[in-house]
Design a protein around this ligand. Structure first.
Ligand SMILES: [Zn+2]
Length: 341
């Protein structure tokens, strides 16, 4: 299974200097030093084939960009809430914000297992984007997009005792948001009021913010056997998302795509936590060719947190303590996948 097997580690250097150097358009001096308002910083650069290289993970850490390295695909993604850069070991091509392709003067290389980029990646490639993080480096937490199902005229399922799915999902999404925000994550809701949002535009919101995860929240319903059918199930989209993003195309063309695996992981974490927390019957993790999951390029799943048509499930869903359990379980599942903010 492909997954982020490594995150960047703090290096204990004066990394703020790199940030300032980049933000102020520094020049590369003597092959190894960046000068800026905070003074020169020595990055452990190496000369490879007459080109000066610097450690990519150090640069990412200095800029407070989250780095994820997918060993099997050689893909390295570095991002914050407003900028994403995708690089690949052995390639000169990088993709900014999943749409703008650029070329480095030389390929990204591995030196004793560490990815290194040409130093000009810092001094010139990143320069036009410096404003994206300058002055707001404390606000680069991972973004989670929560999607409360239905809304407005689309009420979703109507439950036992008059419970409406659209109200339940919004309440749960707000609770999950609160838990994640308290833990330091950034959270966006596809709707924060009782409005109709077209299905197709929901995953677009995740795409636009470079989300680390997308979770759609729903409640199930059946019209027959309402007393017998209950429980929780979670869906993920089992094949490569349909998207015209250059990055996705590029990833797939050369290395296949890790998203279905990551989405299944996310679905499994959430499903497991939900069943553990609520003791509700486990209907499993399932393939689902669902509109909100089909075009999502980040790990995505849709969880059906119970059957609103079932008297037992509906009674639980009406309870504040049960909703808190569900919200905690969803939040824990997300954190299990994406790691610390
Ligand atoms: Zn629904």
């Amino acid at each position: 299974m492909i997954g982020p097997v490594r995150q960047q580690q703090p290096r204990g250097r004066s990394l703020r200097a790199v940030l300032l150097a980049v933000a102020y358009g520094a020049v590369l001096c003597a092959g190894t030093e960046f000068s800026g308002p905070a003074g020169p910083l020595h990055l452990e650069s190496k000369s490879i084939g007459r080109i000066e290289y610097v450690p990519l993970l150090d640069v990412a850490f200095a800029l407070r960009l989250t780095a994820r390295w997918y060993y099997e695909s050689r893909l390295i993604e570095i991002r914050n809430a407003s900028l994403s850069i995708d690089l690949m070991v052995g390639s000169r091509c990088i993709v900014i914000d999943r749409k703008t392709a650029k070329r480095l003067p030389a390929t990204v290389v591995l030196v004793r297992g560490e990815p290194f980029v040409p130093a000009s990646f810092v001094t010139s490639t990143l320069a036009p984007y410096a404003a994206r993080w300058a002055g707001k480096t404390s606000r680069n937490a991972a973004v989670v997009v929560l999607d409360p199902g239905h809304g407005g005229n689309d009420q979703g399922a109507t439950g036992h005792g008059g419970l409406l799915e659209k109200n339940l999902t919004l309440d749960l999404a707000r609770r999950v948001r609160q838990i994640l925000v308290n833990r330091g994550y950034k959270v966006r809701l596809t709707r924060d009021t009782d409005v109709f949002v077209p299905l197709e535009s929901r995953p677009t919101m995740a795409q636009n913010v470079g989300a680390a995860a997308f979770v759609s929240i729903h409640a199930n319903a059946v019209t027959r056997n309402v007393r017998a059918i209950r429980g929780i199930e979670t869906f993920y989209y089992p094949t490569t998302p349909k998207t015209r993003s250059i990055l996705e195309h590029w990833k797939r063309r050369f290395f296949g795509d890790a998203t279905p695996n990551r989405s299944r992981e996310l679905a499994t974490y959430i499903q497991t936590k939900l069943v553990e927390a609520t003791g509700t019957p486990n209907r499993g993790v399932k393939d689902g060719h669902l509109v909100v999951l089909r075009t999502t390029s980040c790990p995505a799943c849709l969880t059906e947190i119970g059957f609103i048509s079932n008297p037992t499930d509906a009674a639980l869903m009406g309870r504040d303590d049960h909703r808190t359990k569900i919200a905690n379980a969803i939040a824990q599942g997300i954190i299990s996948l994406i790691g610390p903010p």
